[in-house]
Design a protein around this ligand. Structure first.
Ligand SMILES: [Zn+2]
Length: 257
């Protein structure tokens, strides 16, 4: 036998060309020239598109015994001539569900009519190739599904991690707020006896009628009395503000520095 090649069909949903190099009767078939493989790679299937295009189109073997005169090869005769091909017998590779997977071609350097054993061999190769290609597709599908599952797991892990971080942050904020509230209660208790204005001084232009309970100061030397709400707001929004210490009058420590 001459050359043999398997060509995956294009445009039939076959995404991964399977490259199999069938060996005939223990003799290694010399490979087809690269320029030939490149030229026929991805060629459409159809009636009269060489042996393989036609076999793929018909879903049945197409035996061209003499490329030089066969009308199926009108468009590829020069190409075949340059590759030194004179006969091409093509058998479609069909999936179990009848889907087209590719073609299996046997080439010869001289015009040749196949014997029944040649055709049986071609059927055997095509059948074996179909199993191999289908198995390959199944493996690919499995790998793709596994990759999707891994990626979904990664996404889930990311969401869980972010959720945990947010919860930890919220817990820290709540703890800080509770600590601040405790400090303000302690300050209010300590400062209760100190003379102070009746109303909160921190209400801005709108004013605040809540009782003044806590004295705050800032490092610029200003001090004021406020209600717990406004004091908290000032502490949270102005970095330099602190709860004034009764003994230090809020500012002494800084003023004497
Ligand atoms: Zn207030």
């Amino acid at each position: 036998m001459g050359l043999a090649s398997i060509a995956p069909t294009s445009g039939t949903g076959v995404s991964n060309p399977v490259s199999l190099a069938p060996k005939a009767s223990g003799s290694a078939a010399p490979s087809l020239p690269d320029f030939y493989n490149e030229a026929i790679d991805g060629i459409a299937t159809g009636e009269g598109v060489g042996s393989c295009g036609t076999a793929a189109h018909r879903r049945e073997p197409v035996i061209v015994t003499d490329i030089a005169v066969d009308p199926f090869w009108n468009d590829f005769r020069d190409l075949a001539g340059r590759a030194g091909l004179a006969a091409c017998w093509s058998t479609p590779i069909l999936a179990r569900d009848g889907g087209l997977l590719g073609t299996f071609a046997m080439y010869h350097r001289t015009p040749r009519v196949p014997q029944e054993t040649d055709l049986a061999l071609a059927r055997l190769f095509a059948g074996t190739a179909a199993l191999a290609i289908e198995r390959h597709h199944i493996e690919q599908g499995k790998l793709a599904a596994e990759a999707r599952a891994t990626s979904a797991n990664d996404e889930l892990a990311k969401v869980v991690r972010v959720e945990r971080e947010l919860r930890a942050e919220a817990e820290q904020r709540a703890a800080a707020a509770a600590e601040l509230a405790a400090r303000m209660r302690a300050a209010a208790a300590a400062q209760a006896a100190t003379p102070h204005p009746e109303h909160c001084q921190l209400g801005g232009a709108a004013g605040c009628t809540a009782p003044a309970e806590i004295k705050i100061a800032d490092s610029w030397g200003d001090a004021a009395w406020g209600c717990p709400t406004h004091v908290e707001e000032a502490i949270l929004n102005v970095r330099s503000v602190f709860i004034a210490n009764e003994e230090l009058g809020g500012l002494t420590a800084y003023l004497n520095r």
